[in-house]
Design a protein around this ligand. Sequence first.
Ligand SMILES: *[C@@H]1O[C@H](CO)[C@@H](O)[C@H](O)[C@H]1NC(C)=O
Length: 481
Amino acid sequence: MRNRSIGFIFASLLVWAIVTYFLFLDRPIGKEQNKHKLSNQINQLEQQVRQEIANNEELLHDLQETLQQKKQEEVQAAPPLQEINNDPEKSEIQEGERNQNQNENGHYVLQSSSNSNDIALSPLKLQDTAARKTLKDGSPVIAVLVFSCNRITVQRCLDQLIGHRPSAEQFPIIVSLDCDHDQTAEVIRGYGDQVTLIKQPDQSDIEIPPKEKKFKGYFKIARHYGWALNQVFLKFEFDTAIVVEDDLDIAPDFFEYFLGTYPLLVQDQSLWCVSAWNDNGKSGLIDEHGSHLLYRTDFFPGLGWMLTRQLWLELGPKWPKSYWDDWIRQPEQRKDRACIRPELSRTRTFGKIGVSNGLFFDKHLKFIKLNDQFVPFTKMNLTYLLKNNYDSAFEREVYQSTVVDYTELKSGSIVTKGPVRIIYHTRQDYKHTAKMLGLMDDFRSGVQRTGYRGVVTFFYNGRRVHLAPSATWKGYDKTWS
Ligand SMILES: *[C@@H]1O[C@H](CO)[C@@H](O)[C@H](O)[C@H]1NC(C)=O
């Protein structure tokens, strides 16, 4: 029914688009203007279609919940999540289900009975949705989605996740496997019912523009992310998930950090993620005694991050074919929202071989310090991170601090106490100072790594430093790259 109604909407919109197009062709207005108008119309059209899809998704979800409640009234005891996997339709693809169709490249095309189109249509078979939302005491259930492909070192990551998680009921681990790598699948199966294994069924070759052939990995990753997040939020119907990749070490308070910040993410609509990662988290740029310190950032850090189902319903329908992390950082997606990030990273990547090049690992990633102090975040008052509390205090601290230049900071010759500020005016200014201090100097959609309201905050020679634009700053400039 859903497919038919979406089809109908698509068809009507298509007709409208064609009619509009020909109307425009007939008008003797300037060609350029025509083109511009047309592309605006098409953009609007696209927006509307996406909105429709999102609305349908919501409607469907409501219907399912109602039906499910009915069903639950009949069924007394509900089976735990692990039992979902006993249903072959819902779990990984069985060897026997492989379709012996070869595509033109001679690769076998994997076909799963659970094709992504009917994910949302079948959760009636999944019972006890409630158990995937909150525990009996009302605390949240947060799925941990681990992305895995062809690295058996996923074991290192899983060992730590299982070792540190306070409760398997509260933090069910779902390992999503892309690639057809038997060894990796074997390793994951070795964990038995401690984790749930799902397999990305679409192993077909992706059509990639010739110029981007060498970035094929990024296309595969985006496809995998889109599929797996749909599974977690639409099929399993979790409300919240933490995204982890197979090459991450985690800190002992990894779960405590996400549990403690969870209420902020839910309460503050200007937050869209909590990340475990500090892009400038190297020794020498952090306060090593500041394990408890948290910040807001306009830069989406990734690398161990938590999102809600609500956000996925928004992003899922327009999920890109590649480079999803840079896509998500564009203003159209971010919509001025921020993430929480720690002073000391709660993740660190140990993987060298991957899609992004090993050079970046050698030059930067391997120096990120992983936090080793357990901080009881769930027992702390973190309301200072809510936008209404944070912004005014942040601006006060930044713009009342003493102005210095980076040579003074480097030489340690500053006599005043307290935080200091280095001012930058241009993109070049920023990059130069960042380089001199060992900070990341790149931009994504005009935002610096860890930046908040244009300010990059770090710790240097025993003091807090803000690399900040002038107080009259008017917003990020997308052309800064
Ligand atoms: C938490 O801290 C805020 C100040 O940031 C304060 O107004 C509030 O009363 C505190 N809440 C609790 C429960 O202590």
